[in-house]
Ligand binder design. Sequence first.
Ligand code: SF4
Length: 434
Amino acid sequence: MNEYDSQRISTLAEKVGYYKTDNINNIDCYVLNTCHIREKATEKVYHDIGRLKKNYRNKKKPIVLVTGCVAQAENNEMLKREPYIDAVVGPQSYHNVPKILSKLHKKKEKLNFTNFDVVEKFDELNKVKNLDSKVSSFITIQEGCDKFCNFCVVPYTRGPEYSRSPEEVIKEAKDLILNGTKEITLLGQNVNAYFYNEKEKVFKFSNLIMSLDKLKELKRIRYTTSHPIDMTDDLIDCYKNAKKLMPFLHLPVQSGSNKILKSMNRKHSREEYLSIIHKLIKVKPDIKFSSDFIVGYPGETEKDFYDTISLVKEVNFINSFSFVYNPRPGTPASNLERVDRETQMRRLTELQNLLVDIQIKANKNEIGKLTEVLIENRMKKQTKYFGRNENLTPVVINNVREKDIGKIIGVKIQDCNRNTLFGTKVNMEREAAA
Ligand code: SF4
């Protein structure tokens, strides 16, 4: 979502005369768009600003904006601790960037824009065309979270759940398609909680997917990130009915232990999670999954940890994110007694080894097979091209041309490493006949 937000911030800044540059040594304005999920996110911001300060010691100071969830969480503290920062701008206030830059251009002052007015934000953003011209683009359709998992800061930094109107989303999709987009990933902290209700007319996430599925030039639809309790039957049926919905789902589970899931306030059990997976496989037998895991959550015993290991083996996630638990200030879990670091690290290593084994096995299994790849771009300083298959796995292809960008082509996989498949373009029809 930060990638989407950064792109939108950049377009907004252009309205008042600022343009993106790769030359960090000659800038008038520095925008640091931050994420609060990772450990030590706040310290990383001060570290980055410190480096910038050093770089500009003998030069004109650029305007410095810190945007995103760290700005939201730290607020005035940040302006006090680091006077080099001119403004903090929360994730629901970045539509004000043109106003902020104009103000700062005229007068030196400290600005704090950390309101939670998500309705105003999207009203403003809708007036500014999304100019992204990538083959694969994002659209934020939903923001915020009402789930309040006990370890997570998102409900405090992004605010309550909010869904954009289907008309706005479809218009943005059409604009992107006109710019050359072939694949759209719908974004939201709880994307599948999308629910729009106007004048008693209800529009659910499944309705949105089916509407996008009808857009002629669009070739692929994805979404992230989902919560298991919002994987409703109508959404599961989209895997049968929406031709462009890709057979890959990132569905965070966090733990395989019912005790830990309860303590995390995840609102679903291991059995309920597995039942969703089985329903999805039933309607889409070739679907693949990835997930998020927190290891060493307060109270996690060896048995709880091995419940997670057995869940991983059962689902065969092809690509996942795993971390040791680290408390986030202000969250309920931060007050609980912690599992010691050594145990956390031992468990994380064991889990990651298993996840890597499964991933490599899945990639090796592709060798010799044909896969459909959407070509995204030529690789930097290389003649090879980059794309992704239906399961979102990166594929590097050696014999395609510039004119293939944006096309879905058949690729025979010849090799792989842990993260990537390597192959050659083939004529699918000829290959099938042979
Ligand atoms: S559902 Fe996701 S975003 Fe919401 S509180 Fe839980 S982990 Fe955080």
